[in-house]
Design a protein around this ligand. Structure first.
Ligand SMILES: [Zn+2]
Length: 362
């Protein structure tokens, strides 16, 4: 991840980081919020601040962050601090810049040619527990970061639970998570929770603009206000111009422009288009597309509702893109049909407004 300040990777994390550093007595923290706002970056910034050998012991409201240049900070930035263990699913290590992590999952994973795991395995959690029980190498305690915590299955979570109940010595745990409701209640209750909201639009747009994102406000809205997500869309080649053309392509049944889109992105985009079309039927403002980008024909409550249900089923299978070209064509035609059905159904407009949050999890 791009970093302007080695102690503070994302500007909107300053305040949450300051709050987290005030929880001095907590041995286990749970950072949670929408996926693309930077929980992982906050978790590692917090670990770095705790381990920092200059500011760590003297962290104050005025200077709460890691210094960025002491031996400890340099080790964290080099991903080789002996007192920091970052537990990530294999599938996320490279994209989060922790591919060379040491002391993590066993050699069995390296040897196998299987698809990288999206789960945090029980063996890795056991290794983290033993790591936390050993003496701190640099004398400032030990830190274990677990991200995303919801990727631990019940056995892995139970393995961690015993340690969270009685953290050994001066070790601390930071769990970061986008779906706290799927964690074991016993895990949640052992952690001090720190919610992370969406960053202010202006701040997030400026940050994206500094990363050469053209018309960042468009892509930021496309990503539901989550700047890291917006950056991922851009990395997949989806820019503002393309995004604004999505409603028109779907309304005209044009599947070709989506040929190179990863299937989960396409399903996500269609869900957002369906959401905004439903908003319009209900007389509410769209969220992901500007009003002007939505097609003239908007669909009816009935057609859009059944489209949203079909998309929800597709979303569950979108990570297995068998026969992708046919799938893309079918998805786009389904959208075209839903948007063309213009039966007026004003009586249920109010229900749509209330029901949106049920169909779509923001
Ligand atoms: Zn430092």
């Amino acid at each position: 991840m791009v970093s302007d300040d080695p102690g503070l990777p994302l500007p909107w994390l300053a305040e949450p980081l300051r709050q987290a550093l005030q929880t001095r007595r907590a041995h286990a923290l749970l950072l949670y919020g929408p996926k693309g706002v930077g929980q992982f970056e906050l978790a590692t910034a917090l670990a770095q601040a705790w381990l920092c050998e200059l500011n760590g012991p003297n962290a104050s409201a005025a200077q709460p962050y890691a210094c960025g240049h002491c031996a400890s900070c340099r080790l964290v930035l080099a991903r080789s601090h002996p007192d920091l263990l970052v537990l990530l699913p294999e599938a996320l290590r490279e994209s989060l810049g922790w591919a060379g992590g040491e002391g993590e999952e066993g050699a069995s994973d390296k040897a196998s040619k299987a698809k990288p795991s999206k789960d945090i395995k029980v063996e890795a959690v056991r290794a983290a527990v033993s790591f936390a029980q050993t003496t701190s190498a640099r004398g400032r305690g030990k830190v274990v970061v677990v991200h995303p915590a919801e990727r631990m299955n019940a056995i892995a979570a139970n393995t961690l639970l015993k340690t969270l109940e009685e953290p050994p010595g001066d070790s601390r745990f930071v769990l970061s998570c986008a779906a706290p409701e799927v964690l074991l209640p016993t895990i949640r209750s052992r952690c001090q929770a720190l919610p992370l909201g969406l960053p202010p639009t202006a701040e997030a747009s400026a940050w994206l603009a500094a990363r050469s994102i053209v018309r960042p406000e468009v892509l930021l809205a496309a990503a539901g206000g989550q700047p890291l997500e917006a950056l991922e869309w851009a990395a997949d080649g989806i820019d503002a111009t393309l995004w604004l053309r999505v409603p028109g392509w779907v309304a005209n049944g044009e599947a070709a422009p989506f040929a190179a889109w990863p299937l989960p992105r396409l399903v996500d985009a269609l869900q957002k288009l369906c959401h905004d079309a439903l908003c319009r039927v209900a007389g509410a403002a769209p969220r992901y597309f500007p009003e002007s980008a939505l097609p003239a024909k908007g669909g009816s409550f009935a057609s859009l509702t059944s489209w949203s249900q079909a998309l929800a089923r597709n979303a569950r299978h979108a990570e297995h893109p068998w026969n992708a070209p046919l799938t893309v064509e079918a998805l786009v035609q389904q959208g075209r049909a839903a948007l063309q059905d213009n039966v007026k159904d004003r009586t249920v407009a109010g229900v749509v407004k209330q029901g949106l949050s049920v169909h779509f999890r923001a």
